[in-house]
Write a protein of this length. Structure first.
Length: 154
């Protein structure tokens, strides 16, 4: 096998491994890349002898490690990671004020979850699977821990 073809096989294999690390989960491109790198090194040993094979193996390992180090240091991971913080919290409701049977008004669409106002308190509520538009009267039909279940009042 000729040197240009071996170099192309190795570069495509290393590129597939880099794609696996950075962008494509599922191990398919990583496995294909690894197979291509092994084929390229094996073809070098069989076509050009042990010395050329050893040099190709060492160069491939060095390029692979350098590529991994570059991907780690270049901030590539920051482009793919979640940088925002979630400041939401579970309903912290005074259960004395919201009990089964209390009526309120939706302030967002319940699809099937959303927000509703009961007196002065705004809490997250859930319907029993039905969608309820905003500004509709609702009634609490159940409370399971922090989950408040409502139904629309007709």
């Amino acid at each position: 096998m000729s040197w240009p073809l071996i170099i192309i096989i190795l570069l495509v294999g290393l590129a597939l491994i880099a794609l696996e690390i950075v962008a494509l989960p599922g191990a398919i491109s990583g496995i294909c890349g690894g197979i291509l790198v092994v084929i390229g090194i094996w073809q070098t040993y069989s076509s050009h002898g042990n010395t050329a094979g050893n040099i190709t193996l060492i160069v491939s390992v060095v390029i692979g490690i350098s590529m991994l180090a570059f991907l780690m240091k270049s901030g590539t991971w920051k482009k793919f990671s979640l940088n925002t913080e979630s400041d939401s919290r579970v309903n912290q409701v005074d259960t004395k004020n919201i009990t089964v049977g209390v009526q309120g008004t939706t302030i967002s669409r319940l699809a099937p979850a959303g927000k509703a106002r009961f007196g002065n308190e705004i809490v997250e509520v859930h319907s029993n699977g039905e969608f309820i538009d905003e500004n509709k009267p609702v009634e609490v039909v159940g409370i399971e821990g922090y989950l408040i279940i409502v139904k629309q009042i007709n």
